[in-house]
Design a protein around this ligand. Structure first.
Ligand SMILES: Cc1cc2nc3c(=O)[nH]c(=O)nc-3n(C[C@H](O)[C@H](O)[C@H](O)COP(=O)(O)OP(=O)(O)OC[C@H]3O[C@@H](n4cnc5c(N)ncnc54)[C@H](O)[C@@H]3O)c2cc1C
Ligand code: SF4
Ligand code: SF4
Ligand code: SF4
Length: 382
């Protein structure tokens, strides 16, 4: 991997470096950042292939500017700059507060993955003209989603949660449906008007790409004024999940699944009311190789990070990181979009916060250790 020193000595990278160090090593997470922000995008140097990996469309058109290499979340260049910019501290990054919260809207509580906090904060921002739209992913099936820029209340609510309502996509279940949604490319395609302001919801790898773009001042990353980062242990393909023994044992019809979620373990809530709990280690066997090498669980560079881990059912754990994160969460709270879960007394509240932080740190350290083992395995194979 190239180091910051290489960058300081003005070594130029090209897509060849990215191919060699990330794609061919099996570390590409298919975020689409390199193709979306390629300087030769308009003349067609790169494309995503059918499997969702980047490749040259026309090698001759590559300008060897290195942007693709720099914005890739799997390379280590710019990591220190991003860390410095966001005052990163080990192991879970900068934060000001941690709490459990939920939406105050019963409609959102019904469709939200956990407490519907993401959806409610986005609605607060949209309805108070803080943003013009939000990069989210709309459900097209149980584990299939399509990235969109939601600009209306209806679109933001449609993107909430992960329950399955459209059965017409059943016959199309296959590799293309994964828990990872490539949301970055849509930002590039967006045609902004003057001073358009966007929020982005994304996994740690997606938010890191955005932060790298912002450090490099690559347009249109200036449009992104707020980021909501999802906790993320791993992504996997749905077809591989269905190949697992537990799925064969428990799921007769895919239509029987009502909701999926991931917290301390992976949960499949069936329409019958039964919830199937699958240990994360089992899901790990079908995780994408790039995910097994990924070290960011708590979305360290987002304005606020969210997950179900550490909160009771129906609540979202919210890690408020930046000054903007604090301002927006307080605004949503004061305007009645979200409510924080109040403990009976201060001592209990502090204890809860400390337990939540320990859990997030524990999962982060697990992920770092897992990545170290995976990288070691890969190097041994070489
Ligand atoms: C791939 C993935 C892995 C996760 N892993 C964990 C985990 O290990 N532990 C944990 O505690 N939490 C995990 N989460 C987060 C958790 O599932 C909830 O999204 C989070 O708690 C917010 O809940 P909510 O009810 O407040 O959000 P909601 O109000 O339901 O809103 C969810 C938002 O997330 C967006 N979204 C959904 N899926 C994706 C996706 N694939 N890519 C980008 N945006 C998406 C939706 O468009 C929506 O805006 C994961 C989420 C994803 C997508
Ligand atoms: S033009 Fe720049 S960003 Fe595009 S492939 Fe070549 S090096 Fe990468
Ligand atoms: S991880 Fe993203 S930016 Fe990096 S090579 Fe893969 S698609 Fe490109
Ligand atoms: S584990 Fe999550 S953040 Fe890491 S590469 Fe996979 S999807 Fe991205």
């Amino acid at each position: 991997m190239k180091t910051l020193q290489d960058q300081k000595t003005k070594q130029l990278y090209s897509f060849d470096n990215l191919l060699e160090e990330v794609v061919e090593m099996g570390l590409c997470n298919r975020c689409g950042g390199c193709v979306s922000f390629c300087s030769a995008d308009r003349i067609g140097a790169l494309r995503m292939n059918k499997e969702g990996f980047p490749e040259y469309l026309d090698r001759e058109k590559c300008l060897e500017c290195g942007i693709c290499y720099l914005v890739c979340p799997q390379t280590h260049v710019l990591k220190n700059e991003v860390r410095e910019t966001f005052g990163w501290k080990p192991p879970i990054g900068l934060y000001q507060d941690v709490l459990s919260a939920r939406s105050t809207d019963p409609e959102i509580l019904k469709v939200g993955t956990d407490g519907g906090v993401v959806t409610s904060i986005l609605l607060y921002m949209l309805e108070h003209n803080i943003i013009d739209g939000a990069v989210v992913s709309r459900k097209t099936g149980l584990l299939s989603r399509q990235p969109i820029i939601a600009t209306t209340r209806e679109e933001i609510i449609q993107a909430a949660g992960s329950q399955w309502s459209e059965t017409q996509h059943l016959e199309r279940m296959g590799d293309e449906y994964t828990t990872f949604v490539s949301t970055i490319p849509i930002i590039r395609k967006f045609k902004p008007t003057n001073r358009t302001k966007l929020a982005v919801v994304g996994t740690p790898c997606q938010i890191e790409t955005i932060r790298k773009m912002q450090v490099l001042k690559i347009l249109p990353s200036d449009l992104i004024i707020f980021t909501i980062g999802l906790f993320c242990m791993q992504s996997f393909s749905f077809s591989e999940l269905m190949g697992k023994k537990f799925a064969k044992d428990h799921i007769v019809n895919l239509e029987d699944i009502d909701k999926v979620n991931i917290k301390e373990d992976f949960m499949l809530k069936m329409k019958s009311g039964v919830t199937i709990h699958v240990p994360l280690e089992e899901i790990e066997t079908i995780a994408r190789p790039a995910c097994l090498c990924c070290t960011d669980f708590a979305n360290d560079f987002a304005d606020i990070s969210v997950g179900g881990l550490g909160s009771p059912k129906g609540y979202t754990t919210v890690l408020i990181r930046t000054i903007d994160g604090k301002k927006i969460y307080t605004g949503a709270l004061n305007e009645g979009y979200v409510e924080s879960r109040n403990s009976r007394d201060l001592h209990e509240s502090l204890l809860e916060k400390s337990k939540q932080l320990s859990l997030v740190a524990e999962y982060t350290l697990y992920k770092i250790e897992r990545a170290e083992k995976q990288l070691k395995k890969m190097l041994e194979k070489e």
